[in-house]
Design a protein around this ligand. Structure first.
Ligand code: NAD
Ligand code: AKB
Length: 303
């Protein structure tokens, strides 16, 4: 008997990650093998609300789906404004997807986040540590990691840091300043940054994040240990002030004011940097983009 061809369902495909992940999955598996869906209507994307368990099952069955990349979620800042909705979409939506994956034997990728860590975590976050997130969003990600290990399916996840990209806007998170700043620098020469200058957070360029996702999903199941639901992965780590300095290498007159709002509290509850030995050892993770390389790419592409 031949192997079943890979057929992929992507939820939340119109977001910051989905915009680029769908492209990469189509390059790898073929245009027709990837079914792109989102709750928002769009020309090249089917409409799918992850709260609709029956429709998820129908799509998985009718399209012969083998792998699901579940990106539909509310991020930290939007989630704190709508905590009940955040819980429903991030947890109940995931439960619906897991249920369809279980019924039809699909593999599942579901992202976690550095938001699983709370104020008690060491500033250089180890893979294994107490997880006491300060945000509802972080709590939903802890539940997701737990479900990955207990739901009885091949489910994998990464604790993505703040992701920096130019093809789609950032979607309502605390780390959005590290994307918005480039648009403001190029259009206005000025940015009002909503975290303090000395705020240091783990960040990653989207190319690294997409590559990590594909590499994790290519790894043999048996090579993955107890971090399978949420691997720590490092890209780089920098303060908002260091980001401004790096942008000034391209735009010397760029100015930035620091006006912290409520998102400062979420940023302060997250670690400065991430220890990713487990990902490196189990499936060979290695980042390629440091701060200056990210800034060079962002400025070049947005110009
Ligand atoms: P995003 O907000 O840009 O995109 C999420 C998408 O989900 C949007 O297109 C939205 O329309 C869709 N969506 C919302 N509710 C939905 C519903 N009920 N049904 C179907 N679709 C719905 O987010 P993103 O940055 O692409 O993040 C994707 C995943 O990665 C999320 O789980 C997020 O928590 C995780 N993550 C992202 C980052 C980051 O920096 N971007 C970092 C860590 C983890
Ligand atoms: C957010 O800021 O909410 C996201 C994340 C780190 O999970 N970018």
């Amino acid at each position: 008997m031949g192997t079943v061809p890979t057929r992929i369902l992507v939820t939340g495909a119109l977001g910051q990650i989905g915009t680029e992940l769908v492209e990469s999955l189509r390059d790898k598996y073929g245009e027709e093998s990837v079914v792109s869906t989102d709750v928002r209507e769009s020309e090249n994307c089917m409409q799918l609300d992850v709260m609709d368990a029956k429709r998820i099952e129908d799509l998985v069955q009718s399209k012969g789906i083998t792998d699901i990349y579940h990106l539909a979620a509310l991020l930290s800042a939007t989630g704190e404004k709508n905590p009940d909705l955040c819980w429903r979409i991030n947890v109940d939506g995931l439960v619906n997807v897991i249920s369809a994956a279980k019924k039809y034997g699909c593999r599942l990728f579901s992202p976690s986040s550095i938001a699983v860590f709370g104020p008690d975590c060491p500033k250089h976050a180890p893979q294994v540590t107490g997880l006491s997130p300060a945000t509802v969003y972080g709590k939903t990600k802890v539940v997701g990691e737990h479900l990955a290990m207990t739901s009885g399916i091949d489910m994998r996840g990464l604790r993505y840091p703040g992701l920096i990209s130019w093809k789609a806007p950032a979607g309502g998170g605390t780390t959005d300043y590290a994307v918005e700043i480039f648009h403001a620098a190029l259009s206005d020469g000025h940015y009002d940054c909503f975290v303090r200058e000395n705020t240091r957070l783990p960040m990653m360029y989207m190319d690294d994040a997409i590559r990590a996702t594909l590499e994790l999903m290519e790894a043999p199941f048996d090579s993955l240990g107890t971090a399978r639901g949420g691997y720590n992965i490092t890209g780089c780590s920098f303060t908002a002030g260091e980001l401004v300095d790096s942008i000034r290498r391209h735009i010397p007159d760029f100015t930035c004011s620091f006006k912290p709002d409520v998102r400062q509290n979420y940023a302060d509850s997250w670690p400065d940097s991430i220890e990713d030995d487990v990902a490196r050892n189990e499936w060979g993770w290695m980042p390629k983009f440091d701060l200056d390389k990210i800034v060079d790419e962002m400025v070049e592409n947005l110009q």
